[in-house]
Design a protein around this ligand. Structure first.
Ligand code: SAH
Ligand code: SF4
Length: 362
């Protein structure tokens, strides 16, 4: 056998090492080398006995998805394009802010859920990413970004808001999340790791049980009629069920609110009446709102709401005490985008301006 060690979370590595006749603490040592120190060469693992290094060289390898391009925007946003084989590439976006550095990670190549305003959805579904490809995005970005002068990692937060629906690739995403939280790997607190979902209700419940990190839900509409159209998974898990799942989630959540993402589509879901219906809809769910100005892509049928209307929408939500942020658009000069990345991935020749989505949740 020859296995990619990046595919294994802590318990997985321990089991693998047991199968190789090695003790658990050796697995932990190797896990630290790989994830804490970014080591991909067994010979560089200096406190590992030479005999074990030889064994690992024969049985295993450490291979994150290779970085194909790495672009830095004037505002510090940095976009990595990584190769996942067969002509598929995924994007990972780093967004620096004053008090944190957030990495936006992809979970699938493409997405099957086909939301009407999403370029990833419009590209169709290719495949689930492996654990190595998910956590490998963090591994690569950490290697590129490094640590600050105090020795702290530049990447302090992770959001699963890149390409794909994380909860549709449940097991691999959860193993990757476990590594993000594991003190022997990235040691992030549960509040600093956010999963964004379009609302797969049974998977929200499972996540609550196995790995309750911060939750963001892509709401986008206040009525089933409109949401059925924008987010087709709503036909299976309508709003009443989704709201109930959010309430259940909060019992285990690391934060005492759910973040609702709401894409602002001109004339579709951005009226004052829509804002008031939303307030009714979420009245029993402690939440914050994150309004996302729509990012246009070729052939998309929508336009971005004018900023005055977005401001008005935010004011109405805030007037009843709901904390509401509006994502800034950044990274325009490098076509960085988080949340609708695929347009440039499948067709790299088609360049268009797609601002980066910002301010994930505060
Ligand atoms: N599949 C997950 C996570 C990835 S998308 C989800 O749907 O939640 C991250 C966020 O970007 C989601 O809220 C998604 O609805 C939003 N998004 C997708 N396409 C967009 C676009 N063209 N403009 C603005 N936001 C978009
Ligand atoms: Fe998939 Fe999310 Fe895009 Fe919907 S918005 S198609 S769930 S990536």
């Amino acid at each position: 056998m020859s296995v990619n060690l990046l595919d294994y979370d802590g318990p997985g590595l321990t089991a693998l090492f047991a199968a190789l006749g090695e003790k658990a603490f050796r697995a932990t040592q190797v896990e630290r080398w790989i994830h804490r120190f970014g080591q991909d060469d067994f010979n560089g693992m200096t406190d590992i006995a030479k005999s074990l290094r030889q064994k690992l060289l024969a049985e295993a390898f450490i291979q994150p998805p290779p970085v194909i391009s790495d672009k830095l925007s004037d505002d510090g946003t940095r976009k990595f394009l990584m190769d996942v084989g067969n002509g598929n590439a995924i994007e990972t976006v780093f967004i620096p802010e004053d008090s944190r550095g957030t990495l936006c990670i992809s979970s699938q190549a493409g997405c099957a859920l086909d939301c009407s305003f999403c370029s990833t959805g419009k590209q169709g579904f290719n495949r689930n990413l492996t654990v190595a490809e998910i956590v490998g995005q963090l591994w690569q970005a950490n290697r590129a970004l490094g640590r600050d002068p105090k020795g702290e990692r530049i990447i302090s937060n992770v959001v699963m808001m890149g390409m794909g629906e994380p909860l549709a690739n449940f097991d691999n995403v959860v193993s990757a999340l476990h590594l993000m939280l594991d003190d022997n790997a990235y040691g992030l607190s549960r509040r600093r790791v956010t999963v964004s979902t379009s609302g797969i209700v049974p998977a929200i419940d499972r996540l609550r049980e196995v790995c309750p990190v911060a939750l963001a839900v892509s709401l986008h509409a206040a009525t089933d009629r409109l949401r059925d159209e924008l987010v087709p998974i709503n036909r299976k898990y309508p709003l009443a069920e989704l709201m109930a799942a959010c309430q259940r989630y909060l019992k285990n959540a690391p934060r005492d609110f759910v973040t609702f993402e709401y894409v602002m589509l001109d004339g579709v879901n951005d009226s004052e009446a829509d804002a008031r219906s939303l307030i009714q809809l979420v009245r029993d769910v402690p939440c914050k709102f994150n309004l996302i100005p729509f990012n246009p892509f070729p052939k998309s049928p929508y336009r971005r709401s004018p900023s005055e209307r977005i401001r008005r929408f935010a004011d109405i939500l805030m007037s009843v005490g709901i904390i509401t942020t509006t994502r800034k658009t950044r990274g325009d000069d490098i076509d960085a985008a988080c949340g609708q990345l695929a347009g440039q991935v499948r067709d790299k020749s088609r360049r268009h301006r797609t601002p980066t989505l910002m301010e994930v949740s505060s």
